[in-house]
Design a protein around this ligand. Structure first.
Ligand code: ATP
Length: 368
């Protein structure tokens, strides 16, 4: 079930040519974006690209300079934050230290002056959902960081918002707990059916949790797509470099049958590559190739895109090793090998003369 691929469905959230200016600085530049119900949507981009501003406009903490935001078809651009069916969870969690976990979760519901039994039932439900029932009587300082994060989530979901905004929700957790919690977050999102929009600096986290990712640059959207499309078919060198590791080679493109050939360096063979673009002969293009798509060999393989080089660096990561292979012209190509039983026999060491290659489907030819 992937509602965002259904053109019949109306989006839950629509940004229509939204601009946000701070004085004469444009933080968000006529941006249009649809987010669908039940999506787990990630905003990704370098510091200052406008992610937090997008979230704050959605929550209603920031006014819009131009354009409009709709929620469920209604223009909410001028709706105050407390009148929007939207909640925001901050990295700091902002739990009340003197209140128990139970009372923390009940806090927002009490302010809505709901019926006492209804509040209790909802709090119990949230405690079960976030596996916190046995900690209900404790204070925030008496539970772990991961548990506090779940309290903040339970509290944010208690009022059943249509949209939950998560600003670096796992930022305070260590790597291992963070990875575990990502799966919990996905599980809770799926169970509640709430639309989540997350801002994270951790690209792997966005790839893991999100149904779609928007990559931003200077207040604009560069690409909006599912994680595999963003990773395998980035629409620019910028996106390719933003998610995961990549070697980028610049050259002049030439059409060669179904694919392109890129003349990229004196004395090096041209590189054959597929491209989603139409490039004219002689146009500057960039081949972006992921290290795991580059094979490394002791003997010259019979294939396309074969380059000769020397191993100058090895990064051992346990499950895999990354080799830096320096070509005759000084260019470094990164190649990765899994250290499986079969592949350890193909391991290399410093100064080894090797061949690297990749198939023409694996290098994507892009514009800058
Ligand atoms: P980070 O990842 O560092 O949190 P971000 O992508 O969330 O960055 P924003 O906080 O949305 O970026 O800021 C976008 C741009 O708008 C930045 O250049 C920032 O300096 C500017 N900006 C944000 N808030 C204000 C403000 N109140 N007044 C002036 N400029 C602002």
């Amino acid at each position: 079930f992937a509602p965002w691929t259904d053109p019949q469905q109306t989006p839950l959230i629509e940004f229509r040519n939204v601009t946000k200016r701070f004085g004469d600085f444009t933080a968000i530049d006529s941006l249009s974006l649809d987010i669908y119900e039940r999506e787990f949507f990630a905003l990704l981009g370098p510091s200052g690209c406008g992610k937090t501003t997008m979230m704050r406009m959605l929550a209603g903490f920031e006014t819009i300079s131009d354009g409009e935001i709709t929620l469920g078809g209604q223009n909410i651009s001028a709706t105050p934050p407390n009148k929007r069916p939207v909640n925001m969870m901050f990295q700091s969690y902002a739990l009340f230290p003197h209140l128990s976990i139970w009372e923390n979760i009940a806090f927002g519901l009490k302010r809505e002056s709901r019926d006492k039994d209804a509040i209790a039932a909802r709090v119990e439900e949230m405690l079960r959902l976030t596996r916190l029932t046995k900690f209900a009587k404790r204070k925030p300082h008496q539970i772990s960081g991961g548990q506090r994060q779940r309290v903040a989530l339970a509290r944010s979901l208690a009022k059943a918002p249509k949209l939950l905004l998560l600003d670096e929700p796992l930022g305070a957790l260590d790597k291992k707990l963070r990875e575990e919690t990502q799966f919990e977050l996905m599980d809770i999102q799926e169970k509640t059916g709430t639309t989540f929009v997350i801002v994270t600096h951790d690209q792997e986290e966005a790839m893991t949790v999100a149904s779609r990712i928007a990559v931003m640059d200077e207040g604009r959207l560069v690409q909006v797509a599912t994680p595999p499309v963003i990773y395998e078919q980035p629409n620019s060198v910028y996106v390719a470099g933003f998610l995961g590791d990549v070697t980028v080679l610049e050259g002049k493109a030439r059409k060669a049958g179904d694919v392109y050939e890129l003349d990229w360096a004196e004395g090096q063979p041209p590189l054959r590559c597929a491209s989603p673009l139409t490039l004219s002969n002689g146009q500057t293009g960039y081949v972006a190739v992921r290290p795991e798509k580059v094979e490394i060999h002791r003997n010259r393989p019979e294939d396309d895109n074969v380059l000769r080089g020397k191993v100058i660096d090895i990064g051992y990561l346990g499950n895999l090793s990354t080799y830096h292979v320096e070509l005759g012209n000084g260019q470094i190509i990164k190649a990765q090998n899994f250290n499986t039983e079969r592949d350890t026999r193909r391991s290399f060491t410093w100064e080894d003369d090797v061949w690297v290659n990749w198939t023409d489907r694996c290098g994507v030819l892009l514009e800058g």
